[in-house]
Design a protein around this ligand. Structure first.
Ligand SMILES: *[C@@H]1O[C@H](CO)[C@@H](O)[C@H](O)[C@H]1NC(C)=O
Ligand SMILES: *[C@@H]1O[C@H](CO)[C@@H](O)[C@H](O)[C@H]1NC(C)=O
Length: 470
């Protein structure tokens, strides 16, 4: 059949339909587009119910949850390894804020299967995509577990706090005074693209992990590192000391460090705001409260429209990548942390997040596995752009408002109230240096890392196919 024949056949079919049938189809299409979700942000039941339905959609992306024999702990391509760490952090919060433990075994299994041989979230299979930011997202997840008192793993193996310390330790050795007078590079390994870039998500991640460990353990060394990281970020101009804009990163170039990527992303500024909130909670120094407040002001100006969050750098122009489609999730998480730890900001964050959550719910529709949510919350309707990233954003936007209506959702735990065991030297001992030798590696190492990564990608592709075909 030629294209013209197909077209003509279609026209004939259409003619055969009565007006009534057409109207029926139109009304069905219309109702499926407009039937979005209304949430009552003053009701814990409504928030939890909506969170639960969105979490179901997220977990449907995870092959082992569907009984499919696939890689443990990671989500299929096109999602990178880091995003799985981000999802597990959110699902821990889901358990903590909603009280639904149906995913707990999967969470534990995932977190414990990706630690790598030295229990520091540097699995060799991921070396070709292992940046400091990627590792940090797994660090956030285990700190979430420690702070929310997620059930501790068997005492024979690594503990949540210990794993968080291992991530911190293996990031701290990345501190590089030789270029740009400090900071952490994006990539850990010289063979990866991006080794010559110092980005705020890696440094902000290290800052936030340091601040969280300081507050949890009361060990000043972490706070010193956090302060040093903040100071460096401001000194080189990645965090603008006048406007409090936070830019994406700095190219080392020929050593001048004068080439910036000025894009502003929700999750970069959010990690500095949350880190400042933790530092304020730990030190009670007004300077940290003021920093969190100034960043919050900039966040409101840059990433909210009529009280609704948007990803300014890509959403309006439709260029969001698989990665950036999930970034708003983290800003929502960071706003929740800041509301908990900076009492002076709590009321304002509450009002903003509740307005936002109502808009988020209107961007969701009933899907085959639960609620599926769109990308542009400012539309207050489902825009048809949905995948794992959008569902993560919606879950964290809604979930992080539970704390405002249920006082049982308290402050994150610390060494006095928590149960997780730490180990200050974690991650570096027992031959951890083997990983560092990769940093100045040869072509052979590089090829090896690529072979590992390609094998993993092949497995993930096969499992994706299984999910889609099953
Ligand atoms: C719970 O959410 C579903 C949508 O997933 C909705 O149909 C139902 O009415 C909600 N129930 C309550 C009590 O909010
Ligand atoms: C505090 O943290 C540092 C850095 O990890 C560590 O070297 C030191 O042993 C810790 N101190 C205590 C008392 O745990």
């Amino acid at each position: 059949m030629t294209l013209l024949e197909v077209f003509n056949k279609g026209i004939t079919k259409l003619r055969n339909l009565t007006i009534i049938r057409l109207l029926l189809i139109c009304s069905l299409l219309f109702s499926s587009v407009t039937e979005t979700v209304e949430i009552d942000t003053g009701s814990a039941i409504s928030i939890r119910n909506t969170s639960s339905a969105i979490a179901s959609s997220i977990m449907a992306f995870y092959p082992p949850y569907k009984g499919i024999d696939a890689a443990i702990g990671v989500f299929p391509r096109p999602h990178y390894w880091w995003q799985a760490g981000a999802v597990w952090g959110a699902i821990i919060d889901y358990w903590a804020f909603v009280g639904d433990d149906r995913y707990n075994e999967l969470i534990s299994e995932a977190l414990l299967s990706q630690t790598g041989p030295y229990n520091n979230y540097m699995p060799p299979a991921m070396f070709a995509e292992l940046g400091n930011d990627d590792q940090a997202f797994w660090g956030f997840a285990v700190l979430e577990a420690a702070e929310r008192k997620f059930p501790d793993p068997p005492s024979s193996g690594p503990q949540w706090l210990e794993l968080g310390q291992a991530v911190f330790n293996t990031m701290a050795v990345e501190w590089d005074d030789a270029t740009c007078s400090g900071g952490i590079r994006w990539q850990k390994f010289a063979f990866n693209n991006g080794y010559s870039y110092k980005n705020t998500v890696s440094n902000g991640g290290f800052f936030l992990i340091g601040a969280r460990l300081a507050r949890y353990t009361k060990n000043e060394t972490y706070a010193e590192w956090a302060t040093k990281t903040w100071d460096w970020t401001a000194r080189v101009g990645l965090l603008d000391s006048n406007t409090y804009a936070v830019y994406d990163g700095l190219h080392i170039g020929n050593g001048n460090c004068d080439s910036f990527d000025y894009l502003q992303w929700t999750y970069n500024i959010g990690s500095y705001m949350a880190g400042a909130a933790y530092m304020y909670s730990f030190t009670t120094l007004p300077v940290w409260r003021e920093r969190a407040q100034r960043l919050f002001e900039h966040i409101k100006q840059t990433f909210f429209f009529n009280g609704i969050m948007f990803e300014a750098a890509c959403e309006t122009v439709g260029t969001c990548s698989t990665d950036s489609r999930s970034f708003k999730a983290y800003l929502c998480r960071y706003l929740g942390m800041t509301a908990d730890l900076v009492p002076e900001l709590r009321a304002e964050i509450q009002a903003l997040m509740q307005t936002n959550a109502a808009a988020v719910a209107r961007s969701c529709v009933e899907g085959s596995n639960g609620l599926e949510c769109g990308q542009k919350w400012t539309m207050q309707a489902f825009d048809g752009v949905t995948s794992l990233g959008e569902c993560q954003c919606a879950l964290e936007a809604v979930l992080n408002t539970v704390r405002f209506v249920d006082s049982n959702v308290g402050l994150p735990a610390d060494v006095n109230t928590g149960t997780s065991q730490g180990n200050p030297g974690a991650g570096l001992s027992k031959g951890g240096e083997a990983d560092w030798s990769m940093r100045n590696s040869t072509r052979g190492d590089r090829a090896f890392a690529w072979i590992l990564t390609i094998s993993v990608m092949a497995c993930l592709s096969v499992s994706t196919w299984w999910v889609l075909s099953g």
